[in-house]
Design a protein around this ligand. Structure first.
Ligand code: SF4
Ligand code: SF4
Length: 118
């Protein structure tokens, strides 16, 4: 069962409207279980019969995260093309939203504008 804290909207977009989750190539996976133990969002479970990991909660994956793919020793994990995610970001004007929130936070908390090299 999915955990509500990991399926919150992403920048105002319902999580189930965004396709972003790991896909394991079972031909390449060596069953080490590193992805199960390193993901903090319980996206994977370990199948002890098949002796390999499986993706059981794809909707809990953090949009844009690729940690498990980067740490998999067999490069057995892949994701949807980044270009798809860029389309979501552009279509929903996410960069503008993020900038607006940052400006509001700066005003509210009196945070100084970041300087290059700081
Ligand atoms: S880290 Fe890679 S090789 Fe190890 S269980 Fe996960 S998918 Fe398989
Ligand atoms: S990309 Fe990040 S959040 Fe998603 S399954 Fe991998 S480690 Fe977990």
């Amino acid at each position: 069962m999915s955990s509500p804290q990991f399926t919150q909207p992403w920048h105002g977009i319902a999580r189930d409207q965004i396709t972003w989750h790991p896909v394991i190539n079972p031909e390449v996976c060596n069953g080490c279980g590193l992805c199960v133990t390193s993901c903090g969002r319980s996206v994977f479970r370990y199948d002890y019969d098949a002796r390999r990991s499986v993706v059981t909660e794809p909707g809990q994956c953090m949009v844009g995260c690729t940690t498990c793919a980067n740490t998999c020793p067999e490069q057995a994990i892949s994701f949807q093309p980044l270009s798809d995610l860029r389309v979501v970001i552009k279509r929903n004007k996410i960069l503008q939203r993020v900038k607006k929130v940052e400006l509001l936070d700066r005003e509210r908390f009196g945070v100084a504008k970041p300087t290059a090299g700081a």
